[in-house]
Design a protein around this ligand. Structure first.
Ligand SMILES: Nc1nc2c(ncn2[C@@H]2O[C@H](COP(=O)(O)OP(=O)(O)O[C@H]3O[C@H](CO)[C@@H](O)[C@H](O)[C@@H]3O)[C@@H](O)[C@H]2O)c(=O)[nH]1
Length: 421
């Protein structure tokens, strides 16, 4: 395997607002490092990996360029961003840039969705392909979901012995299978023949269409509906089911959950990233990441599942649990932050309480996934984590509960269940 392609879409992260105003969603820090860094690290570990290509359709900015530069140095591998001229879909993008891959005539390459968190069992997928699949087969990473939630994902019916994908339905409206698509694939250059066939068919259809339908670009192709559905049952597509952790990262609430999963993984992959109780340091309970530049009072109590960014200041007696504190934030003495994301350079006053409601999957169901529910249900804001956008100021001694505060707000009182514009 010489290449990996990571699909980063438009980067706005609509369900990630207001946090994605400041930083594209794929760069949002999860367990202390940009979301994409977890993907890149996993890909860089694959033997003979030469290059990682990020594919999306937004204007590259300074933030992205800096990230690419840092990641190249850290992982000693070429990492490039390739920009689509329009949203080409999950299959159209990789097809558009296929020359970057086929020129080196690689045997295989990976494609990963950016908005997932996973243990990325890439070497396991490779061994699975060698042992089970046909030599030229494609492999989808699959996991088990519960019946109800499975319908929010791509659903896979497999042949029980061979693990061949017999049937694939993207987000079905009735139950199809509890094996779902994780958005992580092992392909070989033959995949481009299949995408190319769809492209040519789309082009022919376009010629027959009314010119008013010009927006329908032939090159916009979805891997799931256009390719997998057709490949199922042809002896070419296989599913490797993993028992390791996996979650989507769609909403800001799922970033807190994903952080928890990665922090837990750090025990084996990056123990140095986990804070421990030290003389003169704050009290740590459970898994906590603290950036070395953060300044934390020894009487603060942090954890479990807390990530503290660069240059954060945390005062005396502060309590933080199940939260992400972004760079430059200032948590003044005795404030309390639970189930919340505190935006860049925000300030929380003394004795203030910032609290949200977790959106964790049902802990009693081993196959439950996180619900990335919409902000509103029946006209009401659904209780969720509290999010402070960047540069928000919360006064002393107030409560902010289940609320979303847009950037640069200077609040003068407490709020409950509100979006503060
Ligand atoms: N470059 C590029 N990337 C894209 C485009 N459209 C989507 N993506 C990226 O492709 C990934 C999938 O996004 P969606 O199209 O929104 O699909 P989904 O609802 O997340 O469902 C997909 O992922 C699930 C697992 O998380 C799967 O279960 C499902 O079958 C499907 O593959 C995301 O990382 C997104 O940024 C595009 O036009 N161009």
């Amino acid at each position: 395997v010489s290449h990996a392609m990571i699909l980063i879409g438009h980067g706005h992260g609509t369900r990630f607002r207001p946090l994605s105003f400041e930083v594209p969603k794929p760069l949002f820090p999860v367990a202390g490092v940009p979301m994409l860094q977890h993907h890149i690290e996993a890909c860089a570990k694959v033997p003979n990996m030469k290059e990682i290509l990020l594919i999306g359709f937004y204007q590259p900015n300074e933030e992205l360029n800096r990230f690419l530069l840092n990641a190249q140095q850290e992982f000693k591998i070429s990492i490039r961003y390739l920009q689509e001229y329009a949203a080409l879909g999950t299959g159209g993008g990789i097809y558009h840039f296929r020359d970057q891959i086929v020129s080196g005539s690689p045997e295989a390459f990976f494609v990963l969705n950016a908005d997932v968190c996973s243990a990325f069992p890439l070497t396991e997928m490779l061994s699975f392909q060698k042992e089970h699949g046909e030599p030229n087969s494609f492999v989808i990473l699959g996991t088990t979901a519960n019946r109800k939630q499975s319908m929010n994902y791509g659903c896979i019916v497999e042949h029980e012995e061979s693990n061949e994908v017999l049937h694939y339905v993207e987000k079905p409206s009735t139950f199809v299978s509890d094996i779902i698509n994780c958005g992580i694939y092992l392909f070989n250059p033959n995949i481009f023949q299949h995408i190319g066939a769809v492209f040519q068919k789309n082009q022919q259809d376009m010629l027959l269409e009314e010119p008013t339908n010009g927006w329908h670009r032939a090159e916009a192709i979805r891997l799931e509906q256009d390719i997998f559905t057709a490949l199922a049952g042809q002896g070419k597509l296989y599913v490797y089911k993993t028992l390791s952790f996996w979650s989507q990262i769609k909403s800001a609430g799922s970033a807190i959950y994903a952080s928890r999963l990665y922090l837990n993984q750090y025990h084996t992959t990056h123990p140095e990233r986990l804070a421990s109780n030290k003389e003169g340091g704050p009290k740590i309970t459970g898994n906590v990441y603290i950036h070395p530049t953060a300044n934390i009072d020894p009487t603060a109590v942090l954890g479990p599942n807390v990530s503290i960014g660069t240059g954060v200041t945390i005062g005396a007696g502060v309590r933080v649990r199940e939260s992400i504190i972004l760079h430059g934030a200032n948590l003044q003495d005795h404030c309390c932050v639970l189930n919340s994301i505190v935006g860049w350079d925000s300030t929380i006053g003394k004795w203030a309480r910032v609290e949200g409601t977790p959106s964790d999957p049902n802990p009693n169901d081993p196959y439950a996934k996180i619900d990335s529910e919409t902000l509103f249900r029946e006209g009401k804001l659904t209780p969720s984590i509290t999010i402070l956008g960047c540069n928000v100021t919360i006064p002393s001694e107030v409560i902010i509960l289940n609320s979303i505060v847009l950037p640069h707000k200077d609040l003068n009182r407490g709020f409950k269940n509100q979006i503060i514009l």
